[in-house]
Structures are given as C-alpha cells and as structure tokens.
Unconditional design. Structure first.
Length: 524
C-alpha cells in the first residue's frame, strides 16, 4: 500500500462567470475547502493552490492552469485534485487528453472528488462520458446564455459591466442606468461646444486646457479598479480625441440603449467580433436623457457635414495616400492663407503614439513626387532593368507547387481533426485499447504539429512572394497611360501610388533632410 505522504498535491480551482450563477456550491472558497479537507484526511502534502477565477472551461489557455503544467514539468507536484471533471475543463477531447495521456505519462495521479474519479484505480470508465457531457453542457449553456442576453437586449436592459461616462447603475436594478450628476455636466458641456461648430480635436483641447478630469481618472477615483492605470500612469486631464468622438456619437445620452455591439461566434474561443451598426439592438427611452434629441441630432448633422465642407479651393491631390512613417496614421492637409501643408496630428492628440512632428510643405512634396514619377517612367521602360528583374522572379511552376502544398496540408489537417474526434469516441466506447489509443493519439498530434509548422512556412512564403513580372507589366502599362505628363493629377497619383510615407524632418550637417518613401502599386 502506498504511503499517502508521498504525494505532493496541487489543488486546481476554476470558476467561470457562467459557473458563478450556480451559487455558493461552485465558489472558489467552497472548492478550496473541500479539497483541503480531503487532503488532510488522506495525508496528502499540499504544495500549491492554482486558481483560475473567471476563466471558461472550454479552452485551456488559463494562467494558473499553465502554471500547474509548468510545475508538473518541474516535478514540484505529482498529484492534481479538482472538485469535479468540469473544473479541469469542458472540452471533452482536451480534457480526455490530460486525464488519459498527459497525467499518466508524467506520473501524475489525478482525483476529481465529486465524480469519484481517481486514476490510481482502474474503475474510471465513466470519466470519458462525463467529459462529453461537460462539453455538451458548455455548448448548451452558451446557446441559453445567448438567448437570455438577446431577450434582455430586446427589453432595453443595460448589460455591460462598465457604465457609460455620465451614468451609474441604478441602486435598485443593475440593468438600469441613472444619471451621475458630476460627469453629466461635462457631457452637456461637450455637446454645447459641439453645437457651436467645434470639432472633436478643439473640444479635446479645451477640456485639457480647462483641466477637466478625464473619464478614466474619474472612474478610478470612484473606486473602479479597472481604471487604476489612469491614476498611476496618465495625467489627470489627459482627454483623448477618440473618447470625445465616442461621446458625441453615443445614443445612450438621449436615453436610448444600444446592445449587441459585439457577439461571440464560437463558445470555445470566446472571440468577440463587432456587429454592424444596422444589426444592433436599439431600444429607445430606456433611461433618463442627459442630452435632448434635437441637440444630439443637430450635433450628428454638424459632424457629418464637417467632412464635406470646404474652407479653401485647393485640391487635395494626395488625399488618402499620405501616411506618417512613425505611427502609420494618415496625414491631413491644412491651408493657412497661401501656405498649404500636410501634417500628422498625433504628436498633439496622441503623443504616446507619435513623438515627433511629421510635416511637409505641399510644394516640396509635389516636386519630390513629380521627380520620382519621371524617374519611374524611365525605369520601367528600360529593357536592361526588366531583364535583370526577370532573373529574380520565381517560376510559375514553383508558385503552383507552393499553392498545391498549402492545399495538401490544409486538407490533411482537416482529416486529422476528424480522425482525432473519431479516435476518442472509439476509445470511450471501448472499441480501442488504451495502448493503441495512446499511440495513435500521440502519432496524430505529432503529425498535426509538424503540418502546422509546415503550413506557417508555406503561408509565410506565399505572403512574401509576389509575381514581380506581372506586377511590373501592370505598372508599366499604367505608367505609359501618363507617359508625357506635365503635371500631377489625382487620378495619376492614385493609379500609380499605394502610399507615401512622410518622415520627420531634421538638420544634418546644416542641411534639412526628410525621408519621403513612395510605395508604388503592383511592385511596392
């Protein structure tokens, strides 16, 4: 008989937000007390406790579970205990892998207390079926929660964990909003400024100059720990242009509730994707408004019109193709009297993203691009250049082979996914012996890993590979449409150029130098 003190135990505790609805019996404290009591009764030595609070069981990328695996590799523990199998996980293939393969291969005894599973015994036949039931439970629960949340959204309930700036939870009903008077006055001031015709950049500047506390800082001061980074790392009055932009566009301030802004496509990955605006659920007049509808609608009209109003007659030749080479944002054209220039606004509005000024005079930019395009015309019509480039072009046969390899790998990976699922089902139905199951599982998983690495290599090769000759011919054909050009036109620039990246101007040996990088269409 084995000595119980030989075991170095790791207690694994998990509770997802969905599990939390089941009551105190599933709480972290309850799990811990139950497992500690069992260890004390059996004489197990508890080495560590691993807690993933708020993490779903349908994937295993949980911080403390990964720490548990590391401690197993380091031989710190040789016994893992959970309250039941569902605490370990709800994906039946992955959970089965850990209980049937990983733990035994690493000399780990596993106990799921409430399910009466103990891998030191030979009577754990029910465990695989429980894993499947746990997976089915997770899938069914996901559907039910989606349906319940949709009903809540249709009722106009507030469903986010974070209240909009200017509102707080109704003390009697967490699904309702009430006005938070102090920030509500700031909301009114923002809309008042917008009504005067000021854009969000100028409104943001005024809020900073008037030293008005930013929303993040205000929430942190109210005790919301999610915003403590504002207090620690950001100035108290650091308003962002994006924040102001969201406020003036948010219908919540006229008393409407907008739900289903994001949705989860897959219950296992939990990845949230944005829902198009016209498919969101909107319920009007669900709470008290801070801004009246006339003011809100008028501000929306001003914002929409602002993009079309022209304050000058200067054509923006480089519209949509000028970018800052530091932060990647588009450069905007500005006209000041007779001076026309392009600049990046981020050094002022978002200094953490762009630290230096990226500015270029229209005339200078025009001359640079004009000269470069003239050189381009000569280059693409130079037979020696084309001949030299032809030597470096990959053959069509090689490209077809790479595409065929990609298709073959993807097809085999899909087959392996089906085979792994079938393999596990055969195992739990006792159509496959344990040794054969383990051998086949490890073989298929090793092949999966190898193919996955091969697929990354092939995709990287395809993403880098470009049919240069075809691209050059297209560029040459396009260039020759403007062969004898005497001035730049918007059509020419947008036909030939993908983007122009503007660098920071600096003095080197008394001479002003500035990088202007042109990325041409078809060939880069």
């Amino acid at each position: 008989m084995e000595q119980q003190g030989f075991y170095k135990a790791g207690l694994y505790l998990r509770l997802s937000q969905d599990d939390g609805q089941a009551g105190d019996s599933s709480s972290i404290q309850n799990q811990k007390a139950m497992l500690e009591k069992h260890c004390n009764e059996q004489g197990f030595n508890i080495i560590d406790v691993y807690i993933d609070d708020g993490y779903s069981g349908v994937n295993f990328n949980r911080p403390d579970f990964q720490r548990l695996l590391n401690d197993i590799d380091d031989k710190r523990i040789n016994l893992v205990l959970t309250k039941d199998l569902s605490r370990l996980g709800r994906d039946y293939i992955q959970t089965g892998y850990y209980t049937e393969i990983f733990f035994p291969n690493n000399g780990i005894r596993y106990i799921a207390l409430n399910d009466n599973v103990d891998t030191i015994r030979q009577d754990n036949d029910i465990a695989p079926f429980k894993n499947i039931l746990n997976d089915m439970y997770a899938r069914d629960l996901s559907r039910k929660i989606k349906s319940a949340k949709r009903q809540q959204a249709l009722k106009g309930d507030f469903m986010s964990g974070q209240t909009p700036y200017g509102y707080k939870h109704d003390p009697t009903d967490k699904h309702k909003l009430v006005i938070d008077e102090e920030p509500a006055e700031i909301i009114k001031e923002i809309f008042r400024l917008a009504m005067t015709g000021l854009g969000v950049i100028h409104i943001t500047k005024q809020l900073r100059e008037r030293r008005i506390m930013s929303p993040g800082y205000y929430k942190a001061k109210q005790g919301d720990t999610r915003f403590y980074r504002w207090v620690l790392y950001k100035p108290e009055h650091q308003w962002g242009v994006t924040t102001v932009q969201k406020i003036v566009r948010d219908r919540v301030y006229v008393g409407d509730m907008v739900n289903r802004k994001y949705e989860t496509k897959n219950y296992k990955t939990k990845k949230r994707t944005p829902v198009p605006r016209d498919q969101r659920i909107v319920v009007e007049n669900t709470h008290k408004a801070i801004i009246d509808r006339y003011t809100f609608n008028r501000v929306q009209d001003l914002i929409d019109c602002r993009h079309r109003v022209k304050k000058h007659d200067h054509e923006n030749l480089f519209k949509r193709i000028l970018f800052c080479d530091e932060c990647g944002y588009r450069l905007h054209m500005a006209v000041d009297g007779n001076r026309v220039y392009y600049n990046c606004t981020n050094p002022w509005t978002k200094p953490e993203r762009c630290r230096r000024s990226h500015y270029i005079n229209h005339k200078n930019l025009y001359n640079i691009v004009f000269s470069r395009l003239k050189d381009l015309v000569k280059t693409v019509n130079n037979d020696d250049f084309i001949a030299e480039l032809s030597k470096n072009v990959e053959s069509a046969d090689k490209k077809e082979k790479v595409l065929a390899d990609k298709s073959r790998i993807e097809t085999r990976l899909r087959v392996l996914d089906r085979m792994l699922q079938k393999l596990y089902e055969d195992f739990i139905c006792e159509q496959l012996e344990v040794n054969n199951y383990q051998k086949l599982l490890m073989k298929y998983q090793a092949e999966q890993k190898t193919l996955g690495e091969q697929l990354k290599t092939v995709e990287a090769e395809l993403s880098k590979e470009r049919d240069q000759m075809e691209g050059l011919n297209k560029l040459k054909e396009t260039v020759n449409r403007f062969f004898n050009f005497e001035k730049l036109t918007s059509e020419m620039l947008h036909q030939l150029i993908d983007r122009i990246e503007i660098g920071h101007a600096e003095l080197i040996d008394g001479e002003k130098r500035q990088n202007v990088n042109i990325v041409y269409r078809f060939v880069g």
